[in-house]
Design a protein around this ligand. Structure first.
Ligand code: GLN
Length: 324
């Protein structure tokens, strides 16, 4: 029998536990309510999971609870499009400029008619339209295979979320038609939208998100399976757009305060990449008015500060975090 008093506790785990206790009290924010499946989620759910690039896991809260990945999927599908078409071609279809607008704004760049970046809905739909395959099934299967490399196990679609997204997604449909009008995506609008809604409806837990983030932190290599999930060459592109556009119209303040590439989703997930060190994932479904997890933002602000993680922090690298 283990004598608890003799177990040496990881200081990082203690920090995560303290943050969890502190922010569990915070009841600010609202659940996403554009579909019933998200509106009925338990608002108290809250988990934090960190995975280092050498595969150590530090988890608090219910890190096994499943939820839909939503917009966090945009990061990984962008990587897939880059691998399939190369940087130059993808850039002709979707820009890399932050919008300062909401994630679902219906705006395209005046001059080029491109969506502004791959992290807002319009850009993500255009990116999804680039996924290769002989038909919808092959495209979906290829996408699932790509996610599996990041996560290390099979991933499934929440069918009721997918059906709700598809039934209510008029705004996304309008964007797709606008892009069709400007020749930014091709005719198969409904197939593209279905694949986009399917990618949003993939089920993950907080630990899955941490390994996905850690894979990006580890030059595209999954720290557990050692599989290359995305070519190292493209990790830099993915992290750049996460840094400038990943938190929607909060991206600037996030870059200023937290200083790390990140991506949030409307179900309350948030991933943060600390290059060459770790991936951080937080899940808490109460959202602020920009659609970012309230507790998620707070936890990451504190972690960044406490461990000097901001990429422009002059102390960066001098603060310990490896469980020490
Ligand atoms: N399914 C949502 C949409 O397309 C995803 C948005 C989000 O997570 N911000 O509108």
């Amino acid at each position: 029998m283990i004598d608890e008093s003799e177990v040496i506790r990881s200081p990082l785990l203690s920090v995560l536990e303290d943050l969890h206790i502190k922010y569990q009290q915070l009841q600010e924010g609202k659940l996403a309510n554009y579909i019933p499946e998200l509106a009925k989620v338990n608002p108290d759910l809250f988990s934090i999971c960190v995975m280092t690039t050498d595969g150590q896991v530090f988890a608090v809260g219910d890190c096994q609870h499943l939820f839909t990945i939503q917009s966090i999927s945009k990061v990984f599908v962008y990587g897939m499009a880059l691998e399939e078409h190369g940087r130059e071609y993808v850039l002709t279809k979707v820009g890399v400029e932050p919008t300062g607008d909401a994630f679902n704004s219906i705006v395209l760049d005046e001059m080029s008619k491109r969506p502004y970046n791959p992290m807002v809905n319009a850009g993500a739909i255009a990116i999804t339209s680039l996924i290769k395959g002989s038909g919808p099934t092959e495209r979906l299967n290829r996408m699932l295979e790509m996610f599996k490399k990041y996560i290390g196990h099979d991933i499934f679609i929440d069918i009721s979320v997918f059906m709700s997204e598809r039934t209510t997604g008029h705004r996304n449909r309008a964007m797709a038609h606008l892009m069709l009008n400007f020749g930014m995506i091709d005719q198969k609008i409904e197939e593209v939208l279905d694949l986009y809604f399917q990618q949003c409806s993939l089920m993950v837990n907080c630990q899955d998100l941490a390994v996905m983030a850690a894979t990006l932190a580890n030059n595209g290599i999954n720290p557990i399976t050692r599989e290359q999930a995305v070519k190292s060459d493209y990790v830099r592109d993915i992290l750049s757009v996460m840094y400038t556009c990943g938190m929607y119209n909060f991206a600037g303040e996030w870059a200023y305060k937290v200083g790390l590439p990140a991506k949030s989703g409307v179900s309350g997930g948030l991933i943060v990449v600390v290059p060459n060190k770790m991936g951080i994932a937080v899940f808490s479904p109460l959202l602020d008015e920009r659609g970012n997890s309230v507790r998620g933002v707070k936890v990451c602000e504190e972690l960044s500060q406490q461990y000097c993680l901001h990429i422009f922090d002059y102390l960066r690298g001098s603060c310990k975090f490896n469980g020490n």
